[in-house]
Design a protein around this ligand. Structure first.
Ligand code: FAD
Ligand code: DLZ
Ligand code: SF4
Length: 512
C-alpha cells in the first residue's frame, strides 16, 4: 500500500533547524530522516579541523534533538563500515533500507550539492520534492526580481528593500530609524589596547563533541588548524546562549569598533555567530529582531544595531542572491587575470609581516578571523600580490568555521579579489600599509616599517599596492572611484615609480 511507505527526509549538515521546510512537509510518525557524515563533504577542500568537528558534532546533536521530538533518524557516521562516502551513495543505501515512496529535501546551500540532489530523481527513479529554504529572508526569485534590469546591483539598495520588507529599524511613517539608512561613518574607530574588551563565552566540549574531536584529530591530522581551543556551541541552546551573551556584553560597541584590529585580540566586539547562522542553530531574522528590540529598549545605540542588522539582513542575504544568480561560472572568474600561487605562509603562518602572522595565526587556532581581517589583511595582500582567485577562494573555504560556498565565494572572489570585475564592489579593496596602521596596532611590532616604501625593510603592502595600481592601469584607470589614486601615481616622479616596482618585484620573488 503506497500510503504506508515512508518518505525519506534528507537533512544536510547545514540544515540543522527544526523548522526546515523538508521536516514541516513530513510526518514524524511515518517518515524517516536521513543524516549522513560523508567523506566527500569532509574532503572537497582541506577543511580546518575545527570546522569538521563543529559540523559533525552539531549534526549529531541535532539528530538527538529530532529523536527527542519523536522523529526516526537514520544517522550514518563517518566511520560506519558500510558508509559509501557520498550523499548520493548514502541515499541509494537508504532507499534500499526504507523503500520510501519519495525523497523530501530542502534546497541545498551549495551549487555543487544541489547538482547532486537534482540527479536523484532520475538515478533512483523516485519522486524528489525539493523545497525552498525559508530560513533566508529573501527568496531566490525575490532577489532575481530585484536584480532584473538593474545596471548595478549595489548592496545598499537591496538592503533598503529588506528593511522595508521586514520593518526592522523603520519608523511608523516607513522611514529609517534615526533618519539615515546607514551609520557606517560612525563605525570606523580604531580600538586602543587600554579599552575594556568583552570576555568571550566558550563552551566546554561534552561527550559527543569530545568523541568527534578525537576522531577528527586522528582522521584529519594533516588538515590545517588546531583543535585545542575548540569552544564553539554545537547545540541550539548553547548557540542562543552565545548570542545572548553577545547582546549583553558586546553588541553596544559592535558598530563603533567594527573595523578595528588589535594584536592578540581575535574577537573584539564581534558576535561570532556566523557558524550558528550558517548551519541553522540560529535564525537570521530572529537575531535581527532581537537586536532591533535592544535598540528600541535603549540598551544599544543605533549605529551598532543598524551596523549589525545590515550585515545579516543586507550582506548575508545579498551575497546569497548573487551566488545563485551568477553560478556556476562565477567560481571560474578572474577579471584581474591574477595568476600567482597563494604564498605558502597562508598555511604555515610563517611570515615576518605582523598583520598577516596575526590573522593567519588566529585562523589556525580558532578557525575565525573577523571581517576586516579577512578583507583588508589576508584578502588585500592576495589581491595586490596577484594570487589566482580560485586559490584564494579555496583557502577561505577551507580555513573558516563558517565557510560555505554560497557565502564565502561572493565575499572572496567578488568583494575581496574583484574577480567578478565589479558586481559586488565598485572598486577593488587594494590598500597600502597605511590602512592597517590606522585601524590596528600590528605595525608597532612588525619587522617591516609601514612608513617606508622602497627600502629593504619597507612594508611589503606599500610597494605591492602601487605595483597593483600600475599593473592594472588599463582596466582600472577609467573607474571613477580610482581617479584620485591614478592622479597620485602619475604625480610621482619616474624614479620613485621605478623604485616602487623594483621593490614589489623583490617582495614577490622573495615569496615565490
Ligand atoms: P559579525 O561581525 O559579528 O557580523 C554579524 C553577522 O553578519 C555574521 O555572523 C554574518 O552572518 C553576517 N555578515 C557579516 N558580514 C558579512 C558578509 N560580508 N557576508 C555575509 N554575511 C556577513 N561569512 C561567512 O559566514 N562565511 C564565510 O565563508 C565568509 N567568508 C568571507 C570571506 C571574505 C574574504 C570576507 C571578506 C568575508 C567573509 N565572510 C564570510 C563575511 C564575514 O567576514 C563573516 O561573516 C564574519 O567575519 C563572521 O564573524 P562574526 O559572526 O563575528 O560576524
Ligand atoms: C562542510 C560539511 C562537512 C565537513 N561534512 C558534512 C557531512 O559529513 N555531512 C553533511 O551532511 N554535510 C557536511 N558538510 C556540509 C556540506 O558540505 C554542504 O555544505 C551542505 O550540504 C550545503 O550544501
Ligand atoms: Fe602589516 Fe606592513 Fe604593518 Fe607590518 S608594517 S604589520 S606588514 S601593514
Amino acid at each position: 500500500m503506497p500510503e504506508d511507505r515512508p518518505s525519506l527526509v534528507v537533512i544536510l549538515g547545514d540544515q540543522l533547524s527544526p523548522g526546515m521546510t523538508s521536516l514541516s512537509s513530513a510526518d514524524k510518525h511515518r517518515d524517516v530522516v536521513l543524516m549522513c557524515e560523508v567523506e566527500e563533504e569532509t574532503s572537497y577542500v582541506g577543511h580546518h579541523k575545527q570546522k569538521i568537528a563543529f559540523i559533525l558534532s552539531a549534526m549529531r546533536h541535532f539528530a538527538g534533538e529530532l529523536e527527542e521530538a519523536g522523529w526516526t533518524v537514520d544517522y550514518i557516521r563517518l566511520d560506519d563500515k558500510a558508509n559509501s562516502g557520498s550523499f548520493t551513495g548514502e541515499v541509494e543505501r537508504a532507499i534500499k533500507r526504507h523503500e520510501p515512496d519519495r525523497i523530501v529535501i530542502t534546497d541545498a546551500g551549495e551549487y555543487r550539492v544541489q547538482e547532486m540532489v537534482d540527479g536523484w530523481s532520475q538515478t533512483f527513479e523516485i519522486d524528489v520534492d525539493c523545497l525552498p529554504d525559508k530560513r533566508f529572508i529573501c527568496s531566490k526569485s525575490e532577489f532575481e526580481d530585484w536584480a532584473e534590469g538593474r545596471k548595478s546591483l549595489r548592496m545598499e539598495y537591496f538592503y533598503r528593500e529588506m528593511r522595508k520588507k521586514t520593518g526592522l529599524l523603520m519608523t511608523q511613517a516607513d522611514k529609517p530609524a534615526g533618519g539615515e539608512w546607514n551609520y557606517d561613518k560612525e563605525n570606523r574607530k580604531p580600538a586602543g589596547d587600554d579599552l575594556f574588551l568583552p570576555k568571550r563565552q566558550r563552551f566546554e566540549p561534552d561527550r559527543i563533541t569530545a568523541e568527534v574531536i578525537e576522531m577528527v584529530g586522528e582522521k584529519f591530522a594533516n588538515n590545517f588548524g588546531t583543535l585545542e581551543e575548540f569552544g564553539w556551541a554545537v547545540t541550539r541552546q548553547d548557540a542562543e546562549k552565545a548570542f545572548e551573551h553577545f547582546l549583553g556584553a558586546a553588541a553596544g560597541d559592535f558598530g563603533t569598533y567594527q573595523d578595528a584590529m588589535l594584536e592578540g585580540q581575535p574577537f573584539l566586539w564581534h558576535s561570532l555567530i556566523s557558524p550558528y547562522l550558517n548551519v541553522g542553530l540560529l535564525d537570521p531574522l530572529d537575531v535581527c529582531r532581537q537586536v532591533a528590540e535592544a535598540y528600541e529598549d535603549g540598551k544599544i545605540p543605533l549605529n551598532s544595531a543598524e551596523g549589525f542588522i545590515r550585515q545579516i539582513l543586507g550582506w548575508r542575504e545579498y551575497v546569497r542572491g548573487i551566488y545563485w544568480r551568477e553560478m556556476p561560472d562565477y567560481r571560474e572568474r578572474n577579471a584581474m587575470r591574477a595568476q600567482r600561487d597563494l604564498p605558502w605562509f597562508y598555511w604555515s603562518g610563517e611570515t615576518d609581516m605582523a598583520c598577516l602572522k596575526a590573522a593567519i595565526g588566529q585562523t589556525r587556532d580558532h578557525a575565525y578571523a573577523h571581517h576586516i581581517q579577512r578583507l583588508m589583511i589576508t584578502g588585500t595582500f592576495a589581491l595586490i600580490y596577484g594570487v589566482e582567485p580560485r586559490q584564494v577562494h579555496e583557502w577561505y573555504l577551507a580555513v573558516y568555521i563558517d565557510a560555505f560556498e554560497w557565502v564565502e565565494l561572493p565575499n572572496t572572489l567578488g568583494m575581496s579579489q574583484f574577480g567578478d570585475g565589479g558586481i559586488l564592489g565598485s572598486k577593488p579593496y587594494a590598500a597600502s600599509g597605511a590602512y592597517i596602521d590606522r585601524m590596528s596596532n600590528y605595525c608597532d611590532n612588525c619587522a617591516y616599517d609601514v612608513k617606508k616604501r622602497t627600502e629593504d625593510d619597507a612594508c611589503p603592502f606599500n610597494s605591492l599596492y602601487w605595483d597593483f595600481v600600475a599593473r592594472h592601469e588599463k582596466t582600472l584607470k577609467g573607474n571613477p572611484r580610482m581617479g584620485r589614486i591614478y592622479s597620485n601615481w602619475e604625480r610621482m616622479d619616474e624614479e620613485t615609480q621605478k623604485a616602487l616596482r623594483k621593490r614589489a618585484k623583490e617582495v614577490i620573488e622573495g615569496m615565490g
